[in-house]
Design a protein around this ligand. Sequence first.
Ligand code: PEP
Length: 251
Amino acid sequence: MRTPVIAGNWKLFKTIAEATGMVNELKPLVANASGVEIVVAPVFTALSRVSEALSGSNVRLAAQDCYWEEEGAYTGEVAPKLLADAGCSHVIIGHSERRQYFGETDATVNKKGKAALAAGLTAIVCVGETLAEREADKTFSVIETQLKGGLTGFSSDMLAHSIIAYEPVWAIGTGKTASDQQAQDVHVFIRSLLAQMFDQATANAIRILYGGSVKPDNVKGLMSQPDIDGALVGGASLKADSFAAIANFAA
Ligand code: PEP
């Protein structure tokens, strides 16, 4: 009942020509992928041209971040409605690299999430523990704090228009994937916490993605877990063939 989502986060990679070239290569490779939502997240400067290149395809467009104000004297920021204007349907919020390098907090994630939803975008809200937190047995408490802070003031309807991405920081870009069971355990925790914070029906319906070194050869195992509803993919999303192999996990 939950349509899986496979989202590619291209981070700070690819010129406009490289990004449009990549989606032109990707489109035929995923044209027959049914029952899965496929999303790519290029850099801001490529969004509009990638949107044109994706027109008529089954691949959707995401931004990697947004600001929470609609307009104003906020040099360097991009508002959610401008992302929608550029062709985005989704926006990634609270990625661990933003938390680690750019001062993102649960409070800013919260403001960004609300602004994204108000602009009609689907918010992909990222949470995840560091290695030190996992080793100190704090995984669940860290995730709980991030979700409670990030989703403060959300209604069930707002949650229903969001996607959660569980991305253990120690697995991002390290080649170290959480085991299928480690990921499933955290996804179950997230879903039960959302049931407490909202309601069971909304928690049952929300997609919870796993992110952290997802590759063509480990995606099937992860996706066979009952509470893993998709993947947020970094490195392996940068090449059309590997991202297509992940998006076609069910084939
Ligand atoms: C990410 O950037 O969200 C990510 C999961 O990266 P990677 O797949 O490279 O670990």
